[in-house]
Design a protein around this ligand. Sequence first.
Ligand code: TRP
Ligand code: SF4
Length: 401
Amino acid sequence: MAASRRVVSGMRPTGALHLGHYHGVLKNWVRLQHEYESFYFVADWHALTTVYEDTAVIAASVLDMVVDWLAVGLNPGEATLFIQSRVPEHAELHLLLSMITPLGWLERVPSYKDQQEKLAGRDLSTYGFLGYPLLQTADVLCYKAGFVPVGEDQVAHIELSREVARRFNFLYGREPGYEQKAEAAVKKLGRKNATLYNDLRRQYLETGDAAALEKARALIDARRNISLGDRERLLGHLEGGGKVILPEPHPLLTHASKVPGLDGEKMSKSYNNTISLREDPEVVEKKLRTMPTDPARVRRSDPGDPDKCPVWKFHEIYSGDEVKKWVQRGCRSAGIGCLECKQPVIDAVLKELKPIRERSLEYQRDPDNVRAILDKGCEKARDVARETLEDVREAMGLVYR
Ligand code: TRP
Ligand code: SF4
């Protein structure tokens, strides 16, 4: 499979997974595993960038997190599941990239100042915290991934990854005799395709015509018999640069429905408003029954406004049109009570979590199986990352024989 059909994404092991993770991230990962060659990893080093003082929560969450991944339907036969720190190539690439990354690029990443302010209780004026988007860059570039499924808040990080990849290719992609090698690769396309390639290339370089660039890339993609080196040369040459050693990744925006927390805010462990994927059914029921509603509905006879009620946001995710209509009418006319209104949500959440809980229990009973899955995943990830690092070291002139 071409590298561009590959996705990479990571998740920090910082506690129990909840419905927010499920709807915001995991459902998307499960879907993508069928369409892309997927690499999903436990970002334990990333967790260290903020919770370096007490690492116990990391160790306690790693295996549980993978159990939950498997329970929601990530299939180790399709997706590669692994742990970041078991693939030391991430660290090596991070270090090498750190040499060419201007400090200003990292200081400008919006999450840097935001997070420092948000997590004001922790001392985040560390080297690791500043560099964490670069570590994320290494996570992605290690696999030459074409796409990174992320939320809106992470798009700036992918943008940084693109800039760093471009800078790397610019600095180290110029092997001696590059132009001649690129031209020889063009000739190998055959007369007709070579002419087409050259025309499209000129069109792109002269006018910035993105469609021409896409067409030329498709032309290269469609030819299965080109060697990897020639392929990289042809791609790099298209954009007027050198060999593309580290391709630029693209964000794959998760158009996920956001589950609110029980209080209507974002669902998050630190707000104490979560329903975890392993929650007991009785607890799920109790949490939903006691969650707040539109404060204007003091008495059963007071009409309410679903727009001011966190329960409505659950209906938006879990209920069909009929039920939604019933809520809208019943709430505004005080025709239904809040407990009545919550019942379809309670039923839907319980129904959703039941098979997840069952599968999760199965994996919890057999941790050796989970460890074996991870061992295999780590090995597979490492094979890919090792190859990338060989290319990287060679391009940088770090191979001494
Ligand atoms: N930074 C992400 C987060 O905090 C996790 C992450 C680490 C990641 N490395 C990644 C996501 C690589 C996508 C790709 O949620
Ligand atoms: Fe919220 Fe439903 Fe009560 Fe209206 S009836 S306030 S939507 S819980």
